[in-house]
Design a protein around this ligand. Structure first.
Ligand code: SF4
Ligand code: SF4
Length: 107
């Protein structure tokens, strides 16, 4: 079986800022604000995007014995879900800004 890289959080140094959750394009990080976070290795393709975002440098990668194909479908699904969520939030925010601008200029 091949080795593949996954991210791992050192929970003793995690401050629960949740920056990594926003940064992860594959929705592979679990955690609530102010509590230590964890990475679901079955959903992490090891892209390393979260590593430089962490303010306490507590994310690193480790190699695990697992075939990349085992997680392929889940990773694709999570990526599409995150993109859809981001787009929905952006749409909602644009709508709210436009509504506020309209109210301001109509006064
Ligand atoms: S390495 Fe990539 S996929 Fe894995 S947790 Fe970090 S940002 Fe998410
Ligand atoms: S960015 Fe780092 S400190 Fe912040 S929640 Fe993620 S792992 Fe923890």
């Amino acid at each position: 079986m091949n080795l593949r890289s996954v991210a791992l959080i050192d929970e003793t140094n995690c401050i629960g800022c949740a920056i990594c959750i926003d940064a992860c394009p594959f929705d592979a990080i679990i955690g609530s604000q102010n509590f230590s976070h964890r990475i679901n290795y079955n959903e992490c393709p090891g892209c390393k995007i979260c590593i430089p975002k962490c303010p306490t440098d507590c994310i690193k990668t480790v190699d695990i014995k697992q075939n990349k194909n085992d997680i392929k479908e889940k990773v694709k699904y999570n990526f599409a879900r995150k993109e859809a969520r981001k787009n929905a939030i952006e749409k909602k925010s644009t709508k709210s800004i436009n509504k506020q601008l309209k109210e301001i200029f109509e006064i």
